[in-house]
Ligand binder design. Structure first.
Ligand code: GCB
Length: 603
């Protein structure tokens, strides 16, 4: 089906002759701009051997599918046709859209078309909220860019590639796994492929606000006056632009002028009495208007501080126990990748029902609405990059990839008050190379954002005679020591009462995973694996055990709901689902849900 979209859009000049690759720093708060959604039905071609990209000698071909060629004469040979190919709803994962693609890992080409009208006074960005995993983007037959990493947004300036009238956008997406990728070749979740999040054409001024940041400065609890730091960067390294920040409800306003790098920074002072701090009990967001020269955008921003003191986590200067749950970014009811506000609401309301004030968004950055909705609901967030299990620690490109994903995660969400922890890894094997890789990543994260806490899900080492010792060189780089443990699942549940924990660091401790599997509706004795009673008993024993851990600042058991995983193949029980959910994939509560709910309600 051919789809034409009518829009009024900026085309500052018509197609140039040079191929372009205009990857730009991520625009902050993209939804604040006028945009055209390119979501909808896109044609797709499944390309198992990458016929549309390589010639028969495996060299990239200029006659690839991105040309969207049509026979011009009766004798012309063209062996593909997007317009006769089926369509798929975008955003989505192809695994749940076409049953032939359920297990598919490889290349799929996507095509859409839209209308543009020339205007000379603005620029147009092409914004992808996420594509899993490796993609090439072509606009009107021209290569716009290449992107890797399946869970973070990226944008290009396509102003010079747009045409008046019909424009054709083609995206080649490849989700094959490789040892040097991030995540690496094996991981315990479904490798959903495709254009999994929104696609927009965004209209921005010729010079626009590329990034801005507002953060409440830490202060003594008794301070009468509080300070909000404000920083911004515009898209051009140019002095003399006027930037204004205005918070109407606090009657705060500041006018600044950019320096030669196109940057501004300032401080807004407000009386402590007037400022209502963001917290789970009071998820207050303030409207903030930020203008650059004559254009203004609006955000909703909360103000809070987060820090640690010895083994405590302090939110707004007060100790808080993090009553959390881990969540994958997956829809309920076998629906594939979650990518709407409604999906976020469903998952987060289940977490709230459980009594949570905190969620671990595992194991990669979730959809932006997941974070924003959690912020509106008063739920604190741990946000993570997919540096998972055994990464190619010595590979410089792997490091660059992880670093980029970390940059993009922080760029997108650094104004969200509810994010308190950036997590740089999960269950990584100890080695000198790993320490260098992760140590550098942690230090780099601090240069991007020194207002939040850094953590990673570690593993317990040196368990003997029922003594579990946490011994990880990375302890010196993190603010919070977190670890996963599976007593009762990968280890006998009867060991739980005998266990002692030695965590020799004067830092807060989070148990970032524990749990076990159960099939909803399967009942039996508490020692019968896969029954709800087995899981219930596992939770009872684990909670009694972890209650005794000194300095425990929170926990995020594994996991909110059952989720798809190709590693979980037991017929009749798992059927490609990891069954460790406290709820089934349909949202049915298992018995263990109520055990944790009760524990959280008493905390
Ligand atoms: C873990 C991983 C998580 C798995 C879980 C399991 O330690 O961090 O991704 O899904 O165990 O179910 O075994």
């Amino acid at each position: 089906m051919k789809r034409l979209l009518t829009i009024i859009f900026a085309v500052s000049c018509l197609l140039t002759t040079k191929a372009q690759d205009k990857v730009l720093p991520l625009i902050q708060n993209v939804k604040a701009y006028e945009s055209l959604s390119l979501n909808g039905d896109w044609h797709y071609i499944v390309d198992v051997q990458e016929e549309g990209y390589y010639d028969y000698r495996m060299n990239p071909t200029r006659w690839g599918f991105f040309q969207n060629a049509k026979p011009q004469r009766p004798e012309d040979l063209i062996e593909y046709d997007f317009d006769k190919s089926p369509t798929m709803k975008i955003p989505s994962d192809w695994n749940t859209q076409d049953e032939r693609l359920f297990f598919y890992e490889g290349t799929v080409w996507f095509k859409t078309s839209f209308q543009a009208v020339p205007m000379n006074d603005c620029r147009t960005l092409l914004y992808f909220a996420a594509v899993n995993y490796d993609c090439h983007v072509y606009l009107n037959g021209r290569h716009v860019g290449h992107h890797i990493g399946g869970f973070t947004p990226f944008n290009y300036d396509v102003s010079d590639l747009l045409r008046e009238g019909e424009n054709t956008l083609i995206v080649k997406v490849d989700n094959k796994r490789h040892a040097e990728d991030v995540p690496t070749q094996i991981f315990d979740w479904w490798n959903y492929g495709g254009i999994t999040r929104d696609v927009w054409l965004v209209k921005v001024p010729m010079v626009y606000l590329e990034d801005y940041d507002l953060q409440l400065t830490k202060a003594d609890a008794k301070a009468k006056q509080r300070e909000i730091s404000f920083k911004a960067k515009i898209s051009k390294a140019e002095a003399g632009h006027k930037v204004c920040v205005y918070i109407p409800d606090l009657k705060l306003e500041q006018q600044l002028t950019t320096d030669g790098e196109g940057k501004v920074s300032g401080t807004l002072k407000v009386s402590a009495k007037k400022l209502s701090l963001w917290s789970p009990a009071n998820p207050r967001l303030y409207r903030v208007d930020i203008s650059l020269d004559t254009s203004t955008i609006t955000d909703e921003i909360g103000f809070r501080t987060i820090e640690t003191r010895d083994k405590q986590i302090l939110l707004n200067g007060q100790p808080i126990f993090l009553k959390g749950i881990s969540i994958h970014n997956e829809k309920a009811n076998g629906g594939g990748r979650a990518n709407t506000v409604e999906d976020a609401r469903t998952l987060l309301s289940w977490a709230q029902d459980l009594g949570c004030n905190f969620v671990r968004l595992a194991h990669y950055p979730h959809h932006e609405e997941m974070v924003r909705e959690a912020e509106r609901m008063g739920i604190l967030v741990w946000s993570e990059i997919p540096v998972y299990w055994t990464i190619a620690w010595k590979n410089a490109q792997t490091y660059a990839n992880a670093r980029q994903q970390l940059t993009d995660m922080i760029s997108r969400d650094h104004n969200r008050a509810n994010i308190i922890i950036w997590s740089i890894a999960n269950e990584t094997p100890h080695s000198a190379e790993r320490d260098t890789f992760l140590g550098n990543l942690a230090q780099y994260a601090r240069t991007l954002d020194n207002t939040r806490l850094i953590s990673m899900a570690m593993e317990v080492t040196g368990a003997s005679n029922y003594v579990n010792r946490l011994n990880d060189n990375m302890n010196q780089y993190v603010d919070v020591v977190s670890f996963n443990q599976y007593i009762g699942w990968y280890r006998d549940v009867n060991d739980a009462p005998k266990m002692r924990w030695e965590i020799p660091y004067n830092k807060p401790v989070i148990i970032s995973e524990f749990g076990g599997g159960a099939k909803y509706g399967l009942h039996g004795e508490k020692n019968q694996r896969w029954t709800e009673e087995f899981q219930e008993n596992l939770y009872i024993e684990n909670l009694a055990m972890i209650d005794k851990i000194e300095g425990l600042a929170g926990t995020t058991p594994w996991i909110l709901k059952d989720f798809r995983s190709p590693r979980r193949v037991l017929p009749g029980v798992q059927d490609y689902y990891n069954m460790k959910g406290l709820l089934s994939d349909k949202g049915e509560k298992k018995k263990a849900f109520f055990v944790l709910q009760k524990w959280y309600n008493q905390k």
